[in-house]
Design a protein around this ligand. Structure first.
Ligand code: ADP
Ligand code: MG
Length: 371
């Protein structure tokens, strides 16, 4: 076990890293952030900020010297950097786990092997793969960059072979997946924390609504049956077991009209849809990240109140904060980003209430007053 007083580090200085740093400091650890941005949200509040890129050898060496253990908040951190660090300190999640989650084709195949259902899909390496892919997916389908896509970026809905070809070229003719477009009834996610001894705690299932490809709200508990809830949690655990995963794993699922649970993607880090855990579970996903990284027992992931999380994007700026603070059941979290740009995640709020309906009503009313 790595205990308070030790130094733990995170690769990436965004809001997820910032909330990890807050949790770690609260628990008595010293913190290090590696990020090339001088004003990164996590770097600003860490004990030590190494201002360097993810592949900067001197930066990585410094990190390894300072830290007893290192995790990541950024899914596309080069696996080679994680491997390098793991030569001199404990690293979780492992380079192998992160590599699986970094590639859409690889993660879908991995999920299938673990017994999960995925969307019908095919990897496209060259235009000559397109016809065979279309036979599997039909139209409409979605072309997605295999790696580096996020918040709906790097993907396009396509309706003909010609459109697939054009989009593939537009994306730079790099590896993509073509997947069948499903008629979604709901989208949900499951987050879990697992430590090196295999001790695992699964958070409640969150129901997620996206606007323009970016998460807008998460509602917990999700409005789904107990069976689907249990299945989603079981499948997330099966994935974690199959990878011998250590750290926080977030799994996104689609739910189709006939209540089928379909694996979409996973992230080897805390997730935007888990921000609700800051105020509505016994242990937050960030505390759980510290616990799993440090080999501590995972904390209780039990929900303490129905909750609705609303993302605050830069489009809303400037915001009349007084409106938010006048709502007594609302918890505001801001990430300390100086510049508000459209689509940029600046903060979020959680509304706690007796029921998700009530929380949703308050969340929507407040949102209207600031948009
Ligand atoms: P990102 O990495 O940007 O989150 P996702 O694969 O999760 O990429 O896609 C973003 C959103 O686009 C999903 O949350 C969902 O709303 C929609 N979407 C993605 N794939 C499909 C699909 N096969 N069928 C229907 N909707 C989809
Ligand atoms: Mg997604």
């Amino acid at each position: 076990m790595i205990l308070p007083g030790a130094t733990i580090g995170v690769l990436g200085g965004g809001q997820l890293g910032r909330m990890f740093v807050v949790a770690a400091r609260t628990m008595g650890y010293k913190t290090v952030v590696l990020d090339s941005d001088k004003t990164s949200p996590a770097g600003l509040i860490a004990d030590h900020h190494i201002c360097a890129g993810y592949e900067d050898q001197a930066g990585l060496k410094k990190m390894a010297e300072l830290c007893d253990a290192v995790t990541t908040e950024f899914e596309n951190v080069p696996a080679a950097s994680l491997r390098k660090l793991s030569e001199s300190c404990f690293v979780s999640p492992s380079a192998e786990s992160v590599e699986v989650a970094q590639n859409r084709g690889r993660e879908k195949n991995f999920a299938r092997q673990a017994g999960l259902e995925t969307t019908p899909f095919k990897t496209i390496l060259t235009t000559s793969d397109i016809n065979a892919a279309v036979e599997i997916t039909g139209f409409p389908s979605i072309l997605k960059l295999s790696s580096l896509g996020y918040d709906g970026k790097g993907q396009a809905i396509v309706r003909s072979v010609e459109e697939v070809e054009n989009k593939f070229k537009e994306f730079g003719s790099v590896e993509c997946v073509l997947e069948k477009m499903l008629d979604l009834k709901q989208e949900v996610s499951v987050i879990l924390g697992r430590n090196v001894t295999g001790d695992v705690s699964v958070f409640p299932v969150s129901e997620n609504v996206h606007v323009n490809g970016i998460l807008h709200t998460s509602t917990v508990p999700a409005n789904i049956s107990e069976e689907v809830t249990a299945l989603a949690q079981k499948q997330a655990m099966a994935l974690a077991d199959a990878m011998n995963y250590v750290g926080i794993l977030a799994v996104e699922f689609f739910i189709t009209g006939d209540n089928h649970l379909v694996f979409n993607e996973m992230a080897p880090r805390p997730h935007n849809s888990g921000h609700y855990t800051l105020d509505a579970t016994v242990t937050s996903q960030y505390e759980q990240q510290v616990r799993s990284l440090c080999g501590l027992p995972t904390g209780d992931a039990r929900l303490t109140s129905p909750v609705v999380m609303v993302n605050l994007l830069g489009d809303l700026w400037p915001v009349d904060w007084a409106k938010l603070f006048s709502e007594k059941n609302l918890k505001l979290h801001l990430y300390g980003k100086e510049e508000a740009r459209p689509g940029r995640k600046m903060g979020h709020y959680n509304v706690l209430a007796e029921s998700t309906e009530q929380a949703f009503g308050i969340a929507v009313d407040v949102f209207k007053t600031i948009s």
